[in-house]
Design a protein around this ligand. Structure first.
Ligand code: ADP
Length: 370
C-alpha cells in the first residue's frame, strides 16, 4: 500500500511560509505531480514527506501511520533527486545494491532484487560499469534503480529529468511512465515543467507561493483553470488573458477592452450576471481557440472576429504561432503551418468564445466559484 495523506501541512522558515496549510490525499498507485514555478514550495513539501525537512504544522500519514516523527529511513519511501549522486568508485551493481546492503538484506535476496531492478530499467548489461562509464541518461536510470530496489511504498521524485538533454528527457519520461505502469508504486513527482506534469500525472497539484492553487487530472485543470495564475502557467504558447470591463447594460453581455466590445456567449454571460460579480474581469482564451482569418471580418464558424495586425510570426514546423495586436493588446493564435501571413498584415482573430474563460476581479474562474 502507498497512501499519502497530508493534513494542513505547513513549513515556515522564520517569518516566511514556504508551504502553507497543504491538504492532499494521494491514493495508492497514484502518480501525482507537484507543479509550479521555482520557489513555490514543491521541493519543501516533497522533503517533508520524505522526512528530510521538519514540519512546522500539520500531519503527514503514510499508509495510515502518522510519520511526523518517523525517521526518513523508516518511512518506506525512496527519493530520486535531480542530482543522481552515485558513488563514483562503485559499479552499477553495487550502487543499486547499496540501500539493501545498508539495511542488512541477505546477499542472495539482494542479488535477486538488483537483477530485477536492473532488468526493469534495461541496465542488465551495464552492471559491471562504473558511473563515469555511463551516459547521463544511464546514470539517472541507475539512480532510479537504487530507489526501485528498495521496493518502497512511495517514490518521491524531485525534478529527476532536469539534468538530461531534451531528447533524453522525453525518452526517460516515457520509461518512467512504463515503469509506473508495471510497478504501480505511488509516486509524488516534483517539476516546474508543465509538459512533464501534463503527460505524466494522474493528477497535478499546481502551487504558487506555498499555496495549492488547483488539484485535478491534467486535462481538467487545463480545460478549466481555477484562476488566472493556473491558466497562464499551463499551456504553451501562453493563454491570451486580457483585463477588461463587463458591460451588462443590454440584452447581451459584452466584455470590453477599451472600445473593443466582445459579445459573450450565454454560458459566460450567465456567469457575468451572477450577484456580486464586479465590473472588472479578465477574459482568457487559448491560442488553439484563437484562429487567424485572412479576411478581417469573415467567419463561417460562428466565432467572434476581432480585427488585428500581425506583429510576429513564429513557425514551429507543425504549426504557426501568430502574434497580433488589437487596441494595443497582444494576442497569440495557433495557425496552420505555412499560412501566408507576415508582420504588418491586417487579419481577423477568430475567437472561439465557447472555449473561453471568464475570471473575476480577484482572478478566480467564475465557472468554478459560487
Ligand atoms: P521549489 O521546489 O518550488 O522551487 P522550494 O520548496 O525549494 O521551492 O522553496 C520554497 C521557498 O522556501 C523558497 O522561497 C525558498 O527560498 C525557501 N527555502 C527553501 N529552503 C530554505 C531554507 N533551508 N531556509 C530558508 N528558506 C528556504
Amino acid at each position: 500500500m502507498g497512501n499519502v495523506d497530508l493534513i494542513q501541512v505547513s513549513k515556515r522558515y522564520g517569518a516566511m511560509e514556504a508551504v502553507a496549510a497543504v491538504s492532499l490525499a494521494i491514493a495508492d498507485h497514484e502518480f501525482v505531480v507537484l507543479l509550479g514555478p521555482s520557489g513555490c514550495g514543491k521541493s519543501t513539501l516533497l522533503k517533508m514527506i520524505a522526512g528530510l525537512e521538519e514540519i512546522s504544522d500539520g500531519e503527514i500519514y503514510i499508509d495510515g501511520t502518522l510519520v511526523n516523527y518517523v525517521r526518513p529511513a523508516e518511512r518506506n519511501v525512496a527519493m530520486v533527486f535531480q542530482n543522481y549522486a552515485l558513488y563514483p568508485h562503485m559499479t552499477v551493481y553495487d550502487n543499486i545494491a547499496f540501500p539493501l546492503k545498508m539495511t542488512g538484506v541477505p546477499k542472495p535476496e539482494t542479488h535477486e532484487r538488483v537483477q530485477r531492478a536492473a532488468k526493469s530499467l534495461g541496465l542488465e548489461t551495464l552492471l559491471d560499469r562504473r558511473p563515469e562509464q555511463l551516459s547521463g541518461g544511464q546514470r539517472q536510470r541507475v539512480a532510479l534503480g537504487r530507489a526501485i530496489v528498495r521496493e518502497p511504498a512511495v517514490f518521491l521524485m524531485d525534478e529527476p529529468l532536469s539534468n538530461l538533454d531534451a531528447q533524453l528527457r522525453v525518452q526517460t519520461r516515457e520509461e518512467l511512465l512504463r515503469l509506473h505502469a508495471r510497478l504501480q508504486t505511488t509516486t509524488v513527482y516534483v517539476t516546474h515543467d508543465q509538459i512533464e506534469a501534463l503527460t505524466m500525472g494522474h493528477r497535478i497539484v499546481v502551487m504558487r507561493g506555498g499555496v495549492v492553487q488547483q488539484v485535478g487530472p491534467p486535462q481538467d485543470v487545463y480545460d478549466e483553470p481555477a484562476n488566472t495564475f493556473v491558466a497562464a502557467f499551463l499551456g504553451s504558447p501562453r493563454i491570451n488573458l486580457h483585463e477588461g470591463l463587463l458591460d451588462r447594460s443590454g440584452a447581451t453581455v459584452n466584455f470590453c477592452i477599451g472600445d473593443l466590445e466582445i459579445p459573450l456567449p450565454d454560458r459566460l454571460a450567465h456567469l457575468a450576471r451572477q450577484a456580486g460579480i464586479a465590473e472588472e474581469a479578465a477574459l482568457g482564451i487559448r491560442p488553439e481557440d484563437t484562429a487567424v482569418h485572412l479576411k478581417t471580418d469573415h467567419d463561417q464558424s460562428g466565432r467572434v472576429v476581432v480585427p488585428a495586425t500581425v506583429a510576429l510570426v513564429e513557425p514551429v514546423g507543425s504549426d504557426l504561432y501568430v502574434s497580433a495586436t488589437t487596441n494595443g493588446r497582444s494576442w497569440t493564435a495557433r495557425a496552420a503551418a505555412r499560412l501566408p501571413v507576415t508582420p504588418g498584415q491586417p487579419i481577423g482573430l477568430g475567437l472561439d468564445l465557447q472555449r473561453a474563460h471568464l475570471f473575476g476581479a480577484d482572478g478566480r474562474n467564475l465557472a468554478l466559484t459560487g
